[in-house]
Ligand binder design. Structure first.
Ligand code: ATP
Ligand code: MG
Length: 394
């Protein structure tokens, strides 16, 4: 495995101090699949104090000293360095009661969730793979390390992680692991909304999300009961990104009531407010617009925020209501310089006031002018707009 100079430095520095350190988890898995690692996590025999001593003079952050994790900042990049760890008993399907440190890398790999994530690499020792992770990568299989029932009972988030890795890697879930996660899926209700949402977002964004959602919809309905009667589009019509996919699932499953249901579900998941806002607004507006001309685009942009309009168009395309090219119309409209906000008009509230109009009528006048300019019935010129007001007494 080709390591970056910084990772080599971390490993050799720990080694000079009498400790062993390996790259572990995601980066090794991705490298064995033929992909460049996104980031590097490091597992080591050194205790947190020993890690900090080996890197005295460098910036470190005590990320989770109790769990053995120190973050080292090297050339502005954070590296999580974690002491080999054995997790004690799990009493709440979430966290081990205690953790203890060990000198044995196999014991550390044994606490990891799936065989494909339980592989370590060190330049001197090569690959350490006590649970057959390499073979499972070749076979494209997600398999729990050890007894899947026990592992999912220990930490129910692993149930969702199995689906997430299946969706992002395109791996199948091994039969016993799949059976156990279905059986234990109720335990997901013990997991915090934030942790669920992080995995759900990755799952639904994955390149192989469609079949995972199709095959494990009852697991998903544990944390989004609104999708219990899940209705999927045809695979070729499945939307392309997280927000549109999520809205599409809500709309197809719940139809008219989908904005309301999605609002409740998304609040429960503690989704960021921007995602929630866009999702609810697109579901409130689905079916209300058409989009075949530049003027249609102007109308949408006048009524809706640009990000909502764009998201809605994506949803309408995935539902087969708009043509695929219609997305371009929004861009074209914006690029054309035609206005879609009253502040883009050649006159403002003061100009209108000067004509003797006051109060709420000012806003109404600006809106009417905006519609006329957007549909090219009026030119966006100060004199033209003022003339229009005078004559039409808007
Ligand atoms: P990604 O590419 O998404 O970062 P990753 O494998 O690095 O994938 P992380 O969530 O970053 O996944 O976790 C790092 C490693 O820690 C995993 O590869 C796995 O070995 C271990 N791990 C993480 N979460 C759990 C868990 N809930 N139970 C057991 N092991 C876990
Ligand atoms: Mg990672």
């Amino acid at each position: 495995m080709l390591l970056t100079a910084d990772v080599e430095f971390i490993i050799s520095r720990l080694s000079e101090n009498g400790h062993r350190a390996d790259v572990v988890g995601g980066p090794v898995r991705d490298w064995l699949r033929g992909f460049a690692p996104a980031d590097y996590d490091i597992t080591t025999s050194a205790t947190p104090e020993e890690i900090k001593a080996a890197f005295s003079g460098f910036r470190t952050v005590d990320t989770g000293i109790k769990h053995g994790t120190v973050t080292l900042i090297l050339n502005k990049v954070p590296y999580e360095i974690t002491t080999y760890r054995i997790d004690g008993d799990y009493l709440d399907s979430r966290h081990p009661e205690t953790v203890s440190f060990t000198q044995n890398i196999t014991e550390d790999l044994a606490r990891r969730d799936f065989t494909v994530n339980a592989i370590a690499y060190n330049p001197k020792f090569g690959i350490t793979d006590p649970f057959g992770g390499r073979e499972d990568i070749e076979k494209k299989i997600i398999r729990a390390v050890g007894d899947p029932h026990r592992r999912f009972s220990e930490d129910a988030l692993r149930i969702l992680r199995a689906l997430r890795f299946s969706s992002t890697l395109g791996f199948g879930i091994e039969a016993k692991t799949a059976e156990a996660l279905r059986e234990k899926s109720r335990l997901l209700s013990n997991i915090s909304a934030e942790r669920i949402y992080t995995e759900w977002k990755k799952l639904l964004s994955g390149g192989f999300a469609y079949s995972v959602i199709r095959d494990f919809s009852e697991v998903i309905s544990v944390f989004i009961p609104e999708l219990r009667e899940l209705k999927l589009p045809k695979e070729k019509d499945f939307a392309a990104d997280f927000i549109t996919r999520q809205a599409q699932l809500f709309y197809l499953t719940l139809g008219e009531g989908s904005a309301y249901a999605a609002d409740i579900a998304i609040r429960r998941l503690k989704t960021d407010s921007l995602t929630r806002d866009v999702t609810v607004k697109m579901l409130e507006n689905v079916g209300k617009y058409r989009l075949s001309t530049l003027f249609d685009a102007g109308k949408m942009l006048i009524d809706l925020d640009v990000n909502v309009a764009e998201a809605l168009v994506g949803l309408e395309i995935s539902l087969g209501n708009f043509a695929a090219q219609s997305k371009e119309l929004l861009k074209e409209y914006i690029a054309s310089g035609l206005p879609y906000k009253t502040c883009q008009l050649a006159i403002d509230g003061n100009d209108i006031k000067a004509l003797g109009i006051s109060g709420k009528e000012i806003g109404k006048t600006l809106s009417s002018l905006l519609s006329l300019v957007a549909s090219s019935e009026l030119e966006n010129k100060k004199e033209t707009l003022i003339e229009c007001i005078k004559h039409q007494k808007m």
